[in-house]
Design a binder for this molecule. Structure first.
Ligand code: MG
Length: 158
């Protein structure tokens, strides 16, 4: 039996912050505002993993009021979610995500992101699908004020 979960996240982009996506620092003049490192891809993936196991959401496991997670690498959230699944005899089979931002171009960074995610999820990188879209200039994302991500995870029982 396999289960699916979806995840979504959005962060504001501001000068003076690092832009972390999929556990990789992307050179850019703005970065994600957030309590942790603001990694929109990791956060959406984490919610997708938790959703597949009906384990609530990222905010219930990693509250942004907890100083422990201030500036934390969001790869830790993914590792923790994977452990929670593993405790329930569940394993990640496949993840797919689409990151939406106007700039920068993300495609060149996908190999590094997939490697980082593969390591955190203990999943072969060819089972990690990443896509990037612009928002065609529309809204906050189109104006470069925000970055968003949709993700889906498929998990199976051992
Ligand atoms: Mg987030």
């Amino acid at each position: 039996m396999n289960y699916s979960g979806i995840g979504y996240d959005l962060h504001r982009l501001q000068p003076g912050r690092k832009l972390m996506i999929g556990g990789v620092e992307i050179p850019f003049d703005k970065g994600s505002l957030g309590h942790s490192d603001g990694d929109v891809l990791c956060h959406a993936l984490c919610d997708a993993l938790l959703g597949a196991a009906s384990l609530g959401d990222i905010g219930s496991h990693f509250p942004d009021t907890d100083p422990k997670w201030k500036g934390a690498s969001s790869l830790l959230f993914l590792q923790h979610a994977r452990k929670l699944l593993s405790d329930r005899k569940m394993r990640v089979i496949h993840v797919d995500a689409v990151v939406i931002c106007e700039r920068p171009k993300l495609g060149p960074h996908f190999p590094a992101m997939r490697a980082a995610l593969a390591n955190a999820l203990e999943l072969a990188s060819d089972h990690i699908s990443l896509k990037a879209k612009t928002n065609e200039g529309c809204g906050e994302i189109g104006r470069g004020e925000a970055i968003a991500c949709h993700a889906i995870a498929t998990v199976g029982i051992h």
